[in-house]
Design a protein around this ligand. Structure first.
Ligand SMILES: [Zn+2]
Length: 427
């Protein structure tokens, strides 16, 4: 086998709203190493057959010849991991497991040794390395699933608020089967900015850098530098941690039963009041689920593959808070400046391609050059946000910029029976 890959083929699957990329490194005829980056969906466009997820699982099996070398699950959202769920040997996750990956890469926040169901001593050294508050942070992430579950049960919300609450709630509810499968199917690597990924052992001749997520210790250094910048993200974390602490092992009822109403016939004059009361409650609820959604996105693993001079960037759904630590460091900024392929963060949403990152990419070009930046976007219109509030996914201005300055492929181009697209990068 050659000591370094000669080309890499990225297969982008049409998973509706979600991510699924099969990255195949070719070392010569019949010599390939396959890495699966995410496999999840929270919804498909109309007319997509129900068998789509299983069709993809079988295609991965066929394309890899029955052997997957590693899996990367960037973060715990359903639209990134639902495909790993098992069903008594008949689920898509069972198919992936049968491909016997040697390694599963996940963020440090997934390490069961740090969780409430710790399988061993957490290891004071590890906690010290990750930063104070690590165990609370893990507990808070766990609590968020309960919050998401309860938001889904919330009733009498105004229609447009309900739509977003449901969308965010759905992606944040726990996917126990997929989480367990990822923990069991192979050796695990729980990574953070600057840590080893373990993928180099699997991929000879490929350098892999982990740019995110930062540990709490790393984030602490940013917080000190940005102490005047009000940071909603961390305020929320603190309040969830407080909730977790006060709950004493019990899940607090954020939306207790007595606030539900069964739609009584209110007198006309009272309807205005009822509507506004619901709107206020809906808005508060939205704020909470939006924050928890962002918090989970910010646990995304950010990976940069380097083969010779070519660089491929897979940032999951990382948002600015996750990116910040890497972006402050010269060595990472210099690596990022020469990226050749960019997996567009968070399905093209407005908060996941920081402008400071986009500015760094020097292979952007309005002309079709031989080295023009390639960008891959997995997304679905009309599922999330709205144009009116500039929160639509994918964000129009970002898509326009991607189209103008890179060779953009989006899964929206995959229709009918076509459910994947191959992008080849040669070295
Ligand atoms: Zn996502």
């Amino acid at each position: 086998m050659a000591s370094a890959p000669k080309s890499v083929t990225i297969r982008t699957y049409q998973v509706g709203f979600g991510d699924c990329f099969l990255v195949s490194f070719s070392y010569g005829p019949k010599s390939e190493k396959h890495i699966l980056v995410d496999f999840g969906s929270t919804g498909f466009p109309k007319r997509v057959p129900k068998s789509r997820m299983m069709d993809i699982a079988h295609d991965i099996k066929k394309r890899t010849n029955g052997k997957l070398h590693a899996v990367v699950a960037t973060h715990r959202h359903r639209d990134h991991i639902s495909g790993f769920a098992t069903a008594k040997g008949k689920g898509t996750g069972d198919v992936i497991r049968s491909l016997k990956p040697a390694l599963v890469v996940q963020p440090w926040t997934e390490d069961p040794k740090l969780g409430p169901k710790a399988t061993g001593p957490a290891g004071k050294d590890r906690v010290r390395k990750l930063g104070a508050g690590t165990l609370k942070q893990i507990a808070a992430l766990g609590l968020m699933h309960e919050v998401a579950q309860q938001t889904l049960a919330a009733r009498n919300l105004p229609r447009d608020v309900r739509r977003e609450v449901q969308f965010l709630g759905e992606s944040n509810i726990q996917n126990r089967s997929a989480v367990d499968n990822l923990a069991m199917m192979a050796k695990n690597s729980y990574v953070f900015c600057g840590s080893k990924s373990g993928l180099e052992k699997v991929l000879p001749g490929v350098k892999v850098s982990v740019l995110g997520p930062p540990t709490l210790k790393q984030t602490g250094t940013i917080k000190k530098q940005r102490s005047s910048d009000p940071d909603e993200f961390w305020q929320f974390q603190a309040s969830v941690a407080r909730l977790a602490a006060s709950a004493d092992g019990e899940i607090p009822m954020l939306f207790p039963r007595h606030v539900k109403s069964r739609g009584p016939a209110f007198p006309v004059n009272a309807r205005w009041l009822v509507y506004h009361a619901r709107m206020t409650r809906g808005e508060q609820l939205l704020q909470i689920v939006r924050s928890l959604d962002q918090e989970m996105n910010n646990t995304s693993v950010i990976l940069l593959f380097q083969i010779g001079k070519k660089k491929l960037l897979f940032p999951g759904d990382a948002q600015i808070e996750n990116w910040q630590f890497a972006l402050q460091q010269k060595k990472y900024r210099s690596l990022l400046s020469s990226v050749n392929l960019y997996k567009v963060g968070h399905h093209g949403s407005r908060n996941a391609t920081p402008k400071s990152l986009w500015k760094l990419f020097k292979n952007k070009s309005e002309r079709k050059t031989s080295n023009r930046l390639l960008s891959l976007m997995s997304t679905m219109e009309g599922k999330h946000g709205d144009v009116h509030s500039h929160t639509e996914v994918p964000r129009e201005t970002l898509v326009h910029e991607l189209q103008r300055n890179s060779d953009l492929f989006t899964t929206q181009q995959l229709q009918g029976k076509q459910f994947f697209h191959d992008t080849v990068v040669t070295f």
